[in-house]
Design a protein around this ligand. Structure first.
Ligand code: MN
Ligand code: MN
Length: 453
């Protein structure tokens, strides 16, 4: 018995067969990233995957048969995937995996289109925590829906194909930046300047707002929409970039929105591929980045309704079922970045390449706002991970009192369910392109698989 704890580099521990499995697994992940850049697209992409595996749509109120494989599509923005097991749920409860599929981005305002100095722009209101300067001068794509009064919904995706145009936010040239350079970053980069360039050709025979009219005519021709239809639209500007291998050894993947699709994908692959007789509820949530609010976020009673339906169908008391259930709140954590070493405490932060990371607690200023998972629950998980050879590490969101953050964990644990945060360490989190290590993504799949056995 080794009496000293030592973290393991998961790449160093992998033989060539394991390295090949990691590479292959991450090819699937990259496809998942490119096929779904928003919460709506990720839910649609996941429905394709689970439907292909035999999962059927569930209607609230329906009885759930033992052995059933079901999914509940909540408004196209969050998804509940249920494997109704044959194991005794009065004893084992439900194994719950939750990740979120919304990512920081720039949402269009409701009256977005304006023109200034013969350039047409779209006004945005940023969603989630961003460093505003990172979104300037990069190609941006526009994704989302325009809901019409007729009840019809128009899907929009512009900027992903090589032949598509993209959108762009300008920055001031360095030659003239002396004033901005002496300001703080918060003062120098204003949210109301995050306007997307959408056009520059004036419509013929118009003297006022001619470029804006030209843009609107093109949108009307392509999508059949009028300017008023923006009032009932959800359009999101996201980086027009694809997931790419990083490094000559291809150790890493850069992509928009690893947070938190890098946990959503392993959740889904673990759910579909693991041989288990447990009842498993896998959730893709929306609105985590703005506090899990609303009827598609994890503060919504819907998860409770679905657990109640499981309890009723199996003839188990719902409170007793919750007390026996367990959850992994699968969300990313900050990875140690040697370039910003002072932001972290090296022994307790997650490191890229060292496997999936478990955060016993999150929060800020003395764990405030955190779900602090119990030692007993973590011990049970340690045993399950060891049995399956999962390489995992602990994580903490940076140096104490530097900042902090939260996840959906506290909303699940509030229902009297043992819950802990666990996910892939991310470099440059919330940047337009984030970085993860492939081996950590693969270990997340192994961990979630061990959890639901
Ligand atoms: Mn997250
Ligand atoms: Mn986040």
């Amino acid at each position: 018995m080794d009496i000293m704890y030592k973290k393991k580099n998961a790449y160093a521990a992998a033989d060539s067969a394991e390295l090949a499995r990691i590479t292959e697994y991450c090819e699937g992940y990259k496809k998942f990233l490119d096929n779904g850049k928003t919460e709506r697209e990720t839910v649609a992409e996941t429905i394709k995957l689970v439907a292909a595996a035999g999962y059927k749509p569930y209607a609230l109120g329906d009885k759930i048969a033992k052995g059933a494989k079901l999914y509940y599509d909540n408004r196209g923005k969050s998804l509940f995937v249920l494997r109704a097991g044959t194991a005794d749920i009065a004893k084992n409860g439900v194994r719950i995996l939750v990740a979120h599929v919304d990512s920081p981005r720039l949402d269009l305002k409701q009256v977005p289109l304006f023109e200034k100095s013969d350039i047409a722009y779209l006004k945005t209101h940023y969603y989630g925590g961003i460093k505003k300067y990172q979104w300037l001068t990069i190609p941006l794509a526009l994704h989302g829906v325009v809901a019409l009064k007729s009840g019809k919904t128009v899907n929009v995706a512009i900027g992903e194909k090589d032949s598509d145009p993209v959108f762009y936010i300008t920055d001031l040239l360095p030659h003239l930046s002396q004033e901005i350079n002496s300001k703080t970053i918060a003062e120098g980069f204003q949210a109301e300047n995050l306007n997307l360039v959408i056009g520059g050709i004036p419509a013929r025979g118009e003297d006022k707002d001619a470029v804006k009219k030209g843009v609107m005519a093109l949108l009307n021709e392509k999508y059949g929409i009028t300017e008023e239809d923006f009032l009932s639209a959800e359009l999101e500007a996201v980086p027009a970039v694809k997931a790419r291998d990083v490094g000559i050894d291809r150790a890493f993947i850069s992509s928009y929105g690893h947070d938190d699709r890098v946990c959503a994908y392993p959740e889904i692959t673990a759910t579909l591929q693991t041989d288990t007789d447990q009842t498993v509820l896998t959730v893709l949530a929306d609105k985590e980045e703005i506090g899990s609010e609303g009827n598609t976020g994890m503060q919504c009673v819907l998860i409770s309704d679905i657990l109640d339906a499981v309890a009723a169908s199996y003839g188990v008391n719902p409170a007793a079922l919750r007390a026996k259930s367990q959850c992994i709140s699968a969300d990313v954590t900050a990875a140690y970045d040697p370039a910003y070493a002072s932001a972290f405490e090296e022994n307790n932060v997650g490191k890229v390449g060292y496997g999936v990371a478990m955060n016993k607690y999150t929060g800020a200023r003395g764990k405030s706002g955190s779900n602090d998972a119990s030692a007993e629950y973590i011990a049970r998980l340690r045993a399950a991970f060891e049995k399956d050879g999962v390489i995992w590490q602990t994580g903490e969101l940076g140096r104490v009192d530097l900042g902090g953050g939260g996840t959906v964990a506290k909303y699940i644990s509030k229902m009297n369910i043992d819950t802990v945060d666990m996910g892939v360490p991310v470099l440059s989190m919330h940047a337009p392109c984030e970085l993860v290590s492939k081996v950590d993504v693969y270990q997340a799949h192994k961990a979630f698989s061990a959890f639901i056995k």
